[in-house]
Design a protein around this ligand. Structure first.
Ligand code: MLT
Ligand code: MN
Ligand code: ZN
Length: 305
């Protein structure tokens, strides 16, 4: 199985267009050692020709341009993207669907009933798209049921319900329901290796922890280093936890959990918010991550699993 990181930043990207926090202005001016990053998306393949896209970010056109294999050019109108999985209904994971409206067939979109509802009512992207390519909705169950998804033959996908938060336009905002956010365990039958992916993870429930322990690579929520990071920077009144993201540092934080995984597990953070100091490769927080054997995803990173 091949994993390609298309976008490693959280909503807003890095730098965020209107932000002058030390990280955003630092990367803009070149005064910190950091890479620019587009918004949260990955692609998975078993042959590097056909792909399953996870999340359609507002930066999708740039991401497709920068990832040559997503455009195999076999006919006049073509794409390597066979299916699209949505991990939640947030803006940073769904707005790019509008950019795919020229698709010749209805877009094959795999998501939970809760996400479909938000994208039909609160933010009716699916209704808008029905006037263009249309949607071929495939329901992802939240009952730990395995499925096969076109674009990655030989990979078994197991969606897992996660506790995070629903988008601000959802009727479930601050009262999330099962299926608002999922994680995905992916097992490759050829290599018998597996990947666990969860860009929005607010709480470590037992079934999530079990899935992470099974995985050879965990690619998980790296949104914020500290819970009150945006408040400290004066950027927003929201905490990481209120937005449904487990911070990395502190008691019960992501680092404590990752520490309990075997050293052989590859541990990678993704969906990094632009306020997060780990974006600076020379930061003290980056030294801590190195010491814990934790990597930070960057756009263009490809891993064979
Ligand atoms: C999130 O992951 O919490 C959202 O993407 C935040 C946002 O859209 O600004
Ligand atoms: Mn997000
Ligand atoms: Zn910023």
């Amino acid at each position: 199985m091949f994993l390609k990181i298309l976008g490693s930043a959280a909503g807003g990207g890095f730098p965020q267009w209107n932000c002058n926090c030390p990280m955003c202005s630092g990367v803009r001016e070149g005064s910190i050692n950091a890479r620019v990053r587009t918004q949260s998306s990955i692609a998975v393949s078993s042959d590097r020709t056909d792909w399953v896209l996870f999340n359609a970010s507002p930066d999708i056109l740039t991401q497709i341009q920068q990832c040559g294999v997503l455009q195999p050019s076999r006919q006049l109108r073509d794409t390597g993207i066979q299916s699209i999985v949505l991990m939640d209904a947030q803006i940073d994971h769904t707005t790019g669907l509008l950019m795919l409206r020229e698709h010749k067939q209805p877009l094959s979109i795999w998501c939970t009933a809760a996400v479909r509802e938000d994208l039909s009512e609160g933010n009716p992207l699916f209704k808008v798209l029905s006037h263009y390519a249309g949607i071929d909705w495939q329901e992802l169950s939240t009952d730990h049921a395995d499925c096969q998804i076109p674009g990655a033959p030989g990979v078994t996908f197991t969606p897992l319900p996660l506790i995070s938060n629903a988008p601000p336009y959802s009727p479930h905002r601050d009262q999330p329901v099962k299926g608002d956010t999922i994680g995905m365990l992916m097992n490759d039958s050829a290599t018998q290796k597996s990947l666990f992916y969860a860009p929005g993870l607010g709480e470590m429930e037992p079934h999530v922890w079990q899935a992470m322990q099974k995985a050879d690579v965990v690619l998980v929520d790296g949104t914020m280093w500290t819970d009150d990071e945006m408040i400290q920077r004066g950027a927003s009144a929201k905490t990481a936890r209120s937005m449904g993201h487990l911070p990395q540092s502190g008691p019960g934080g992501m680092l404590e959990w990752l520490d309990k995984l075997p050293t052989s597990t590859r541990k990678i953070l993704i969906h990094i918010n632009n306020t997060n100091p780990i974006l600076d490769e020379d930061s003290e927080q980056r030294v801590v991550l190195d010491r814990h054997g934790v990597e930070v995803a960057y756009d263009g990173l490809e891993i064979e699993i």
